[in-house]
Design a protein around this ligand. Structure first.
Ligand SMILES: Cc1ncc(COP(=O)(O)O)c(C=O)c1O
Length: 397
């Protein structure tokens, strides 16, 4: 059987692969510390669960409108107004099965064969394959550790060609935690308007920011920028709802209508019960989010300090999201029992096999020499895990 060329062009998600490998080791009784998780380790708050239970009891178990219920769209509209000062109407909102599904639908709608899409690296693993599946070309724009992994506006301008259709902006960023300020966004927005491209603004980590950082959506800068921006968002990270599969897109009605058409002919509506739960998440009490972020901040402070204290390791302090992205490139070229550590994958393999610590190799995010460690795990696990890494890094030949 021949699998389509479209699918042959992409690889499975490396974050899911490493998590599966760690899980298999755990099933065999190995005590693995997992730094691979891309989801909060907290339970979904009770009031949200209760809304789902009520939906079940009330028989809210049938098809809804393909693009989400009016009630949930109104809750999404309320969120953008309250948090970002952005005005949308129902024709500008689509609810899908997670942020990933929003991005997939959007790529199918926006890109034609040969269109170029600029993706700053390090990037979230799924951006390039989602672009490739739409027959478009991911163009990777490298950033540096020295700049805090922020895009250089001049480099961005130079990367834009006649075929460039969009820029993917992910603030706060997975894996680097990089978060853009209003003035930095303004510089990017000027280039976007000058060149007439779109911005796909992935704001899924909006609420997970530290030290009082004031998140700004690029779409809120002015009316023209808003017309050129499609926001991808969701409840997964903010409310610990990764398994419920609800994401939403906000943007120009013509794009939303086209995404709705695709969704209507593929998945249809996201789960009715999850929609009710998400409505409660967005319009109910928000103090649960603050409590979770407070806990993440304590862990961030600890893990970043510990990583920076390790011999030959540097780590930028993330302003958002729940990942540390340390530079371990000084260990590449070393070997353990004559087995060479050539790249971030070899190092991740070494840490998993010899230190029983699961991390995700930087190569998966387009940045060699780095590893991603999620701190969405208990403080106790973080302490043990970093102790193990510290010891393992001293074992090289
Ligand atoms: C940057 C980023 N965008 C989007 C998503 C997709 O989230 P979901 O599909 O679970 O809503 C993730 C999940 O890891 C992410 O890290």
């Amino acid at each position: 059987m021949t699998i389509s060329r479209r699918v042959q062009a992409i690889k499975p998600s490396p974050t899911l692969t490493i998590t599966a490998k760690a899980k298999a080791m755990r099933a065999e009784g190995v005590d693995v510390i997992g730094f691979g998780a891309g989801e909060p380790d907290f339970d979904t708050p009770d009031h949200i669960k209760k809304a789902a239970i009520k939906a079940l009891e009330n028989g809210f178990t049938k098809y809804t409108a393909a693009g989400g219920t009016d009630e949930l769209k109104d809750a999404v509209i309320g969120k953008f107004k309250r948090d970002n000062g952005l005005d949308y109407d129902r024709t500008q909102i689509l609810v899908s099965c997670g942020g990933k599904h929003c991005l997939y639908n959007l790529a199918q709608v926006l890109f034609d064969t040969g269109d170029e899409v600029i993706i700053p690296s390090p990037y979230w693993v799924s951006y390039p394959p989602i672009v490739t599946l739409a027959d478009a070309l991911p163009v990777i724009l490298e950033t540096t550790e020295e700049s805090g992994f922020k895009m250089d506006p001049d480099k961005l301008r130079r990367a834009i060609t006649k075929r460039t259709k969009a820029l993917v902006l992910n603030s706060p960023c997975n894996p680097s935690g990089t978060t853009y300020t209003e003035s930095e966004l303004s510089e990017i927005a000027d280039i976007v308007l000058e060149k007439g491209i779109y911005v796909i603004s992935d704001e899924i980590y909006e609420k997970i920011v530290y030290d009082g950082f004031q998140f700004v959506s690029i779409a809120s800068l002015d009316k023209e920028v808003k017309e050129r921006t499609i926001i991808v968002h969701g409840v997964s990270k903010t409310y610990s709802m990764t398994g419920w599969r609800i994401g939403f897109t906000a943007g120009p009605s013509s794009i939303i209508e086209a995404m709705n058409k695709i969704q209507g002919q593929s998945t249809s509506n996201p789960t009715s019960i999850s929609q009710k739960a998400s409505q409660e998440a967005l319009s109910g009490p928000q103090d649960v989010v603050e409590a979770m972020v407070g806990e993440f901040q304590k862990r961030r402070d600890y893990i970043i300090d510990r990583l920076n204290s390790l011999e030959g390791v540097t780590c930028v302090k993330p302003a958002g999201a729940f990942y540390a992205f340390p530079n371990l490139s000084s260990y590449l070229g070393k070997s353990f029992r004559e087995k060479p550590i050539r790249n971030s994958m070899d190092l991740a393999d070494y840490l998993l096999n010899f230190a029983q610590v699961a991390v995700v190799p930087g190569a998966a995010f387009g940045t060699e020499g780095f590893e991603r460690l999620s701190f969405a795990t208990s403080m106790e696990n973080i302490e043990i895990g970093i102790d193990r890494i510290e010891k393992a890094l001293k074992e090289f030949d």
